[in-house]
Design a protein. Structure first.
Length: 736
């Protein structure tokens, strides 16, 4: 039998074998192309996403840096606090590195590179404007700077910066969408090529198992490369924990879920994949159709961005920054959405805390100035009443009752200004070591008389309560003000609870309350069973002159005194209240370190008024105050000289060297204050005694709410008796 050789195979068979072999080879080539061309594209996906996010984040950081510089500059102009100027300088120093980083990140993008010179020029213009405003402030003062700011409320440079950064962000997002779509296209093409390869593989079965096994091996290699690329992409996305990154299908159902989404929202991938993303919205937002509109906006406009409330798995709400981008294939068909969510609750709370602090500080500056003017007026009125009372006593039958009315109302006005100074943290405190348990027990005795029988008082003292350093009289006044507010809230019937406890305010608490320093505190809580307050009322409770009482039934300064005293004592005040559930005000005062002392000094006993001896130089720029001060001192038997400013006072001292005491206001015209005058006068005459006075405490002799060592001060309005006692004490100190 003749052997079968290739030549014996019909040419058609050979042609068929060639076609089958060619189909098998074509199948192998397709699989190789899939492994070598498409897989690297998928592998590069995480790097593309990371690079895009880095460019966008850097651009947004640059925008925030310029905005931060604007806010810090304006805050400095309003408050003149150096901390804001430091923040402005930090922001201006941070802008150039961020711009350089943008240039580096987009070196391969000519479109973006063309924007940077323009952006750099606009930033330099904006910072030049801000620097020019600060220069005007330094040379010409706040009003001139404010007028300049008003003319530049809407800066063209800032608008140009925003437009350029928005264009940069849009370009990067478009590039990301294009690359994601391209990756999806590569993936789709790979699937098509795989189907073709499978068909050719079936045809290749007729030519031998070897070709089939070889084709299968090639397919396994390509699949392994694809799985490795997909795994690397998932690893990259899952490693991002500060952002919730996940994909939605066109209807809004979750397709995948990263670790950041698990951390922020509380759901595991097994719990949430396949669920509709609307479950992250509040019930009100779902009812209003907000989730659906978000997807519609993203699909229509190419992007959706907002900050709003979202709901975690445990039901708690938080403020989230949300970005939704549509994902389309090469044909433009919508195939899903890429959603990025960030928890910005801490930032929002810090912004609210900063706004509250700035509001309260501005109110403090205003009320302190008002108290200064009132004290000067009241000083004249009270001393005029005292002089009239002495001179008219017994001459006019009905004059005494009218003078008593004047004195009583002047004292009430003095009390109001003291509360204003307490709120503005400008009062002079006399802190002493205090056992809070003992002080509250003493105050409770007074409260039982003041509040009436309808109020039940319960005191919960803390075992081993730490000692504190505070002004005892001001602390008693603060507790009394809280108790009176509670009495009014309970309409005279209810339960008042005063509780003392040791506590520690940690770094987390301090992070959400910018004015708090972490450490050990003694908490004094005053609680009532009254009507309570809604959140909007509680937020304004510490504002001066804010009251919910009827006209004539309250000044709105009681809680302001509590707030100002606590802050000036380096403490912290917090209100907890709900309508119908009563109110609790907690005062946190720092623990006293070091040795304890007496709880408080015994009250001073007024001695009979004695005539003084010696010569006094009065330096006071207010004409009426100066006139009455001279008359009061003359009545006391002193020889009196007067001057209106430091220059005139120094001339008087040169002409009358026998002056025993310099009695000067701290605030004087002419650029030289009372402290500087006293220093020069004492340099010329070391034996000269000094007594300062003021209607408004200033940093010349008072720092951190405490009188400087060796300084004597009497605060306006003062009485003739208090002035006589103070002078007797100072001049007697010399003769002793």
């Amino acid at each position: 039998m003749k052997a079968v050789t290739p030549r014996s195979i019909p040419r058609a068979i050979w042609a068929g074998l060639v076609l089958i072999g060619g189909a098998g080879l074509a199948h192998l080539w397709l699989e190789y192309d899939r492994a070598m061309r498409i897989a690297p594209q998928l592998k590069a996906g995480p790097e593309i996403v990371a690079h895009t996010f880095e460019v966008i984040t850097t651009a947004q950081a640059l925008r925030r840096t310029v905005r931060d510089a604007e806010r810090a500059q304006r805050s400095f102009l309003v408050t003149a606090q150096p901390a804001y100027l430091d923040a402005y300088r930090d922001a201006s120093d941070s802008a150039p590195p961020l711009l350089q980083q943008l240039k580096r990140l987009t070196m391969d993008n000519p479109e973006q590179q063309r924007r940077w010179p323009i952006l750099e020029h606009q930033i330099s213009i904006r910072f030049a404007e801000l620097n020019r405003t600060l220069e005007v402030y330094e040379r010409r003062g706040y009003d001139a700077a404010r007028e300049l700011v008003k003319t530049r409320i809407e800066s063209p440079a800032m608008q140009a910066i925003d437009d350029l950064i928005d264009a940069t962000t849009a370009a990067e997002r478009a590039l990301l969408s294009e690359r994601l779509a391209r990756a999806a296209e590569f993936y789709s093409e790979g699937r098509k090529f795989a189907l073709v390869g499978a068909a050719l593989q079936l045809a290749a079965l007729v030519v031998g198992v070897a070709l089939v096994l070889f084709a299968l091996r090639a397919m396994r290699l390509a699949d392994a490369a694809r799985r490795e690329s997909d795994e690397r992409f998932r690893f990259f996305v899952n490693s991002v924990t500060d952002y919730a990154i996940y994909m939605l299908d066109p209807q809004g159902y979750v397709m995948d879920w990263n670790a950041g989404a698990n951390r922020i929202k509380g759901y595991t991938a097994e719990e949430i994949v396949g669920q509709h993303f609307s479950r992250f919205y509040t019930p009100a937002a779902r009812q209003a159709g907000v989730p659906e509109r978000a997807l519609e906006t993203a699909a229509r406009d190419g992007r959706y961005e907002e900050e709003g409330l979202r709901v975690r798995k445990d039901g708690s709400e938080f403020v989230a920054s949300v970005v939704i981008d549509p994902v389309r294939d090469a044909s433009g068909k919508l195939i899903g959405f890429a959603k990025v969510t960030r928890d910005v609750q801490d930032r929002v709370q810090q912004q609210q805390a900063l706004a509250q602090y700035q509001k309260m500080d501005a109110l403090g500056q205003l009320t302190g100035g008002v108290a200064h003017d009132f004290n000067n007026l009241l000083h004249v009125i009270k001393n005029a009443v005292e002089i009239l009372e002495r001179r008219l006593r017994g001459t006019v039958p009905d004059v005494s009752q009218y003078l008593e009315m004047l004195k009583r109302n002047a004292d009430r006005a003095t009390s109001l200004t003291q509360r204003l100074l307490a709120f503005s943290r400008r009062q002079v405190l006399d802190p002493k070591p205090i056992n809070p348990n003992a002080l509250v027990v003493d105050v409770t005795t007074l409260l039982k008389q003041v509040l009436g029988e309808g109020i039940e008082i319960e005191t919960v003292v803390g075992a081993g309560a730490w000692w504190i350093s505070a002004d005892p009289s001001q602390l008693e006044t603060a507790i009394l003000n809280l108790a009176l507010n509670a009495r009014d809230a309970m309409s005279g019937h209810g339960k008042l609870t005063i509780e003392i406890a040791n506590t520690f305010l940690d770094e987390n608490y301090a992070a959400s309350h910018s004015e708090v320093t972490p450490g050990q505190y003694v908490m004094i809580a005053v609680s009532d069973t009254g009507s309570g307050m809604p959140p909007e009322v509680a937020a304004r409770a510490f504002d001066p002159f804010f009251t919910t009482k009827e006209v004539g039934q309250g000044t709105g300064l009681g809680l302001s005194q509590v707030y100002g005293f606590t802050k000036q004592s380096n403490g912290h005040a917090k209100i907890y209240s709900e309508p119908g559930e009563g109110t609790t005000v907690k005062l946190y005062l720092p623990r006293l370190s070091g040795a304890r002392g007496a709880q408080f000094d015994a009250p001073a006993v007024h001695t009979p008024l004695k005539k003084g001896r010696g010569s006094i130089l009065v330096v006071e720029d207010d004409e009426d105050v100066c006139r009455f001060t001279v008359e009061v001192l003359t009545d006391l038997g002193y020889g009196v000289l007067s001057a209106r400013d430091a220059a005139e006072a120094l001339r008087a001292l040169a002409q009358a060297p026998a002056v025993d005491l310099l009695f000067t206001d701290i605030g004087l015209p002419g650029g030289v204050n009372g402290r500087e005058l006293a220093d020069e006068a004492r340099r010329r005459s070391p034996a000269l005694r000094i007594l300062f006075t003021t209607a408004y405490t200033r940093n010349a002799v008072i720092h951190h709410g405490r009188l400087d060592p060796g300084v004597d001060l009497i605060v306006k309005p003062f009485t003739q008796i208090s002035l006589a006692e103070k002078l007797s004490q100072i001049l007697g100190r010399r003769s002793a």
